[in-house]
Design a protein around this ligand. Sequence first.
Ligand code: G
Ligand code: G
Ligand code: MN
Ligand code: NA
Length: 252
Amino acid sequence: MRLESDLRRAIERGELELHYQPKVLLDSGAMVGCEALLRWRHPEMGMIPPVRFIPVAEDTGLIVELGRWVLHEACQTAAELNADSRSPHKVAINLSVKQFQSAGLVKSIAQIIDETGCRAEWVEIEITESLLLDQKDETLQALSELRSMGFSIAIDDFGTGYSALNYLARFPIDTLKIDRSFINSTDRRNEELVKAILSIARCLGQSVVAEGVETAEQAAFLVANGCGTAQGFLYSKAVPKADIIALWLRSP
Ligand code: G
Ligand code: G
Ligand code: MN
Ligand code: NA
């Protein structure tokens, strides 16, 4: 397949880029971190969104090499964002289940941390619910090791997977990211679900990030219900590295 053979060469040809979407405190608007989102600038096809090529990378095993590139690049950025002595700026990095199933993930992350001068506490690892349902010993072992190294762990797209809530009690999860389908909805029942998710997180001592916040009304609802942090077009889309650094330097 065309996409697959092109993807094999994308890294060495420098066609991949990471963009960063700010995460802000809902009450003050202050930036506290960002999420690294992969972009592929294909020489003929233009920008290809991750939903089109991440599955190809997963099916072919290319995700391991691609994921290593992402980790290196994002950790480098985290080190730069934290070069001054201000409060920490956490960079969230998406990891695929396939990366956890490959041998040597933890070792490779430890090496990247060393190489880039990044600290584990400047990085949040985003996983999906399916990773926790996977329940393979190696997967859970890797997750615990990363947590004890100082990385925080977030559940991405919370509430949309084949959820079994019991994993929340069994695994050390720091953050729940409420999927944007709950936030960007006109159905009042989704507001009730958001309140319920906030309540679960409060009881378990987890922080919450609301994704896909697009309007001031949505932000006001979240503040009123005790949600701490948000991400979404209301604040900013994902921007190139130079721009996230500039935004961070200007942020209160
Ligand atoms: O940036 P949005 O632009 O389209 O990203 C869509 C989805 O693609 C994200 O929600 C995330 O799940 C996935 N994604 C983006 N970047 C990465 C990445 O670096 N690694 C993995 N595994 N998934 C990513
Ligand atoms: O990790 P993941 O699924 O959650 O990634 C975020 C995805 O959501 C990216 O594709 C990003 O471009 C997209 N996104 C970020 N903010 C918004 C928003 O406010 N509205 C919508 N519709 N999409 C968003
Ligand atoms: Mn994510
Ligand atoms: Na998400």
